[in-house]
Unconditional design. Sequence first.
Lengths: 86, 103
Amino acid sequence: MTEANLPVVANIDAIQAEFSPFETLHEDDGLIPTARELNIAFVAYGPLGHGWLVNDFPYQTPDDFNSDDYRRQSMYTASLRPRTNR
Amino acid sequence: MTQVTVPKFQGVNFYANKKIAENFKALAQRKGCSVTQVALAWVAAEGIIAIPGTTRPERLDENFSSRDIELSKEDKQEMRAAIEASKPQGDRYSKEASKAIGN
């Protein structure tokens, strides 16, 4: 995405999307690089991997989540392409 | 680029995330802070503003004081390597995992 593609009627100060050590998709799909390029703040929800990055994470297997825990249903959008070196 | 959705916290991803979490736990121990604090410090070090949700005042304090944690270049490289190694993406999928998601 380039600046030319962005709407000219609105000034974008910040965008919000998921980012955490478990969810780095937006580094690869252009969202974070574009935000940096255009000096737009990137605000991240889910920075702790939905309550995972804590001292007392008690689950040892995926089956340990309660049956109604949304982490049983959460989906990951994976980009299937060769990994690029940073 | 093909995008697919796979369960984020189930199957192989559960264990991939667990491995990443172990690395953050080790870093937290070295820094003398909580896993949560070092994870928030990592997000901040990427130039990103984190919004950690909490319902408890003491967690809010804990989250806020992650601002005092400084990650060295080596710390960041180490965490990045751990994340890359466990990333369920592209050629990083095991054959079994690729089959499971229809590739």
